[in-house]
Design a protein around this ligand. Structure first.
Ligand code: AMP
Length: 329
């Protein structure tokens, strides 16, 4: 069975973009692949979170993953910092990564622009840590969005380079896994192209019923079409995309017809979107609350995940140490 690994940085609550763009597919994938999911808390240190931030956000993501239907008996969920072998592989990969190529990574350049006062070495070597997470488990496939494609290229480059330096066929090159024919891109409620935490345009999985309704009813629209069969402006197209995700194709087609006939009432469409969003989110929300208050269960899941991941990681590190020329410990 092919191995799949995916990590997420614990930087807040999951939103509908994370759900439709990733987590919903993970729930399906856990039956078809040998999956592991991890919470990338080491990666999150590049933005200097407080200990309190880290503890809470790890717990939050874990509760939300479980609530969405990831089953730790099928797919272990582990916390990155519980698997210390990753650090050792990270060090080895750092030794074979060059300043020039790391500086050219687009996400690094973006961070330099966004946080000029905190251009730390962790940001620069982010692709090395990501490669360590992936190569450690000999993953065949890694589900990634477009923004991570360059980091995946780096992981493949580091695998090839390690093999070449030590004249081995040890690491396999992980493939990027695009689980949908067409990558789902969930638009934001502000009419902008993408729902995202930093955009402040999200519907969160944990939002209560009233908040969901309020946010959708306030989603940005325009005055309505002024001609029959008019091409939709971007904000309206985005609303329709969201409508199709929440209410299904049939409902979106129905509103599309009304739009083409200039009979659309955005308020009606949004009411249905809010009702369907709440239908989708109510059971997830309930489970998030239940899991988040069950520390013993979360602890068990994290321990079980750490054991599964560490067992694999230990084997890899033993082999890598031998290849490099270190003693067996
Ligand atoms: P983030 O929380 O932004 O780091 O996103 C984690 C993952 O969720 C991404 O790699 C995507 O797979 C998915 N994702 C986030 N936002 C969206 C969105 N607006 N549309 C589709 N997928 C998304």
């Amino acid at each position: 069975m092919e191995r799949v690994i995916s990590g997420i940085r614990p930087t807040g609550n999951l939103h509908l973009g994370n759900y439709f763009g990733a987590v919903k597919s993970f729930v399906k994938m856990q039956d078809e692949y040998d999956c592991m999911f991890f919470i990338a808390d080491w990666h999150s240190l590049t933005t200097h979170p407080t200990p309190e931030n880290i503890r809470n956000s790890v717990k939050t993501i874990l509760s939300e993953y479980l609530a969405c239907g990831i089953d730790p008996d099928k797919a272990p969920i582990y916390v990155q910092s519980d698997v210390k072998q990753v650090l050792e592989l990270y060090l080895y990969l750092n030794m074979n990564a060059y300043l020039g190529e790391l500086e050219r990574v687009t996400s690094f350049k973006e961070k330099v622009r966004k946080q000029p006062d905190n251009v730390n070495a962790g940001l620069l070597t982010y692709p090395c840590l990501m490669a360590a997470d992936i190569l450690m488990h000999k993953a065949d496939k890694v589900p990634v969005g477009k923004d991570q494609e360059q980091n995946m290229e780096m992981a493949r480059l580091f695998a090839r380079r390690f093999n070449r330096i030590y004249n081995v066929e040890y690491f396999k090159e992980p493939a990027s896994f695009h689980f949908a024919d067409k990558a789902v891109k969930v638009p934001g409620l502000d009419g902008s192209g993408k729902m995202g935490k930093s955009e402040g345009n999200c519907l969160y999985l944990c939002d209560d019923e009233k908040t969901v309704t309020k946010k959708i009813m306030r989603a940005v629209t325009d005055q309505g079409p002024t001609q029959l069969n008019q091409e939709k402006p971007e904000v309206i197209q985005n609303l329709f995309t969201l409508c199709e995700l929440l209410c299904g194709k049939e409902a979106a087609d129905y509103y599309n017809d009304l739009y083409n006939r200039m009979e659309i009432r955005y308020g009606d469409m949004k009411k249905q979107m809010a009702a369907d969003a709440n239908k989708l989110l109510a059971p997830i929300r309930e489970k998030i609350t239940a899991y988040a208050s069950d520390d013993a269960l979360l602890e068990r899941v994290m321990r079980q995940g750490a054991e599964a991941a560490s067992a694999r990681a230990e084997k890899t590190i033993e082999e890598v140490r031998e290849i490099i020329g270190f003693r067996k410990i």
